[in-house]
Design a protein around this ligand. Structure first.
Ligand code: SF4
Length: 285
């Protein structure tokens, strides 16, 4: 819940522009805090990869490889072999190398893969290879939207599925459903395919959430996308972004340079601000 909202003047190049395409992550970040969106997508700062990110990426990749196998071959043994084959390879990349010896993360990935077999029987999932990690790139309400759908299954019900790692969403589950609802709209717009149901599989929490792809909820995401784009166009044109203070600020990498949280912070986008972010270990794109 937002406890305080204030507009913050920023220093941005005269040529500053919004990303050409909008993803669900961008939309969600803007909704949480437009100033955080500015730091990430206009000023170009990002946090170094975390252990959770490394674990989530490995888990997603193993699920992808598993569902590319023939149905009868999608066994737990096969999944563990895939993990042994691809996990170390991914942890040797520059991005994830810092987590090569992170036993807690490795255990969490193994547990997530094992849990997949507790929440569904992969041999029974009807999925075509081209429906795994499907890319969406389509104009929705005048906005260039793009996304990647973990899995689209057609077994009498057209279902969009997204895997999640980490904690149970608890009472925030409806917020998490916004992503597959938007993907359902992407499917309808790009492929003229009606999605009947959206599904989130919380692997570590062993929870599966399915909801009908209610057309009102699906269309509402498209409206939110257009509103976000219009609002961000205004912000970038005026070099002024709203800071939305909430409990999530405690986890925000920009809190030390955010004037809403740290009153004597330098103007966002200034060289002083950039120096502080670099000193704090953030990466510049
Ligand atoms: S600290 Fe809070 S208000 Fe400031 S940028 Fe981060 S999320 Fe936004």
């Amino acid at each position: 819940m937002v406890t305080k909202a204030m507009r913050i003047e920023v220093e941005q190049p005269a040529t500053a522009s919004l990303p050409k395409r909008v993803s669900y992550s961008q939309m969600s970040l803007y909704e949480q805090c437009p100033l955080k969106y500015f730091f990430s997508y206009i000023a170009g700062w990002r946090e170094p990869p975390t252990s959770a990110l490394a674990g989530g990426s490995i888990t997603h990749e193993i699920c992808e490889y598993l569902y590319r196998l023939e149905p009868q071959d999608r066994t737990l043994d096969a999944a563990m072999n895939l993990l042994r084959e691809h996990g170390p390879r991914m942890l040797r990349t520059t991005e994830y190398k810092p987590f090569e010896n992170d036993l807690k993360m490795k255990y969490s990935v193994k547990e997530a893969i094992e849990n997949l077999f507790k929440v569904e029987d992969p041999t029974q999932v009807v999925v075509q290879p081209e429906h795994i990690e499907m890319e969406l790139s389509v104009e929705i309400n005048g906005v260039n939207f793009f996304g990647k759908v973990d899995r689209f299954t057609v077994d009498g019900i057209n279902r969009v599925t997204d895997y999640k790692t980490g904690k149970s969403p608890g009472k925030f589950v409806d917020d998490k459903l916004a992503q597959p609802y938007l993907y359902a709209l992407g499917f309808k717009t790009q492929y003229e395919i009606e999605v009947d149901e959206v599904e989130l599989i919380f692997l570590n929490a062993q929870e599966v959430v399915r909801r009908p792809a209610d057309s009102g909820l699906v269309l509402a995401q498209g409206e939110k996308l257009a509103q976000m784009r219009t609002a961000s166009e205004f912000d970038v044109a005026n070099s002024s972004w709203e800071a939305r203070v909430s409990r999530l600020c405690d986890y925000c990498a920009f809190r030390e340079v955010c004037p809403a949280r740290t009153p004597d912070a330098p103007a966002p986008g200034s060289s002083q601000c950039n120096t502080k972010l670099a000193e704090a270990g953030l990466l510049h794109k």
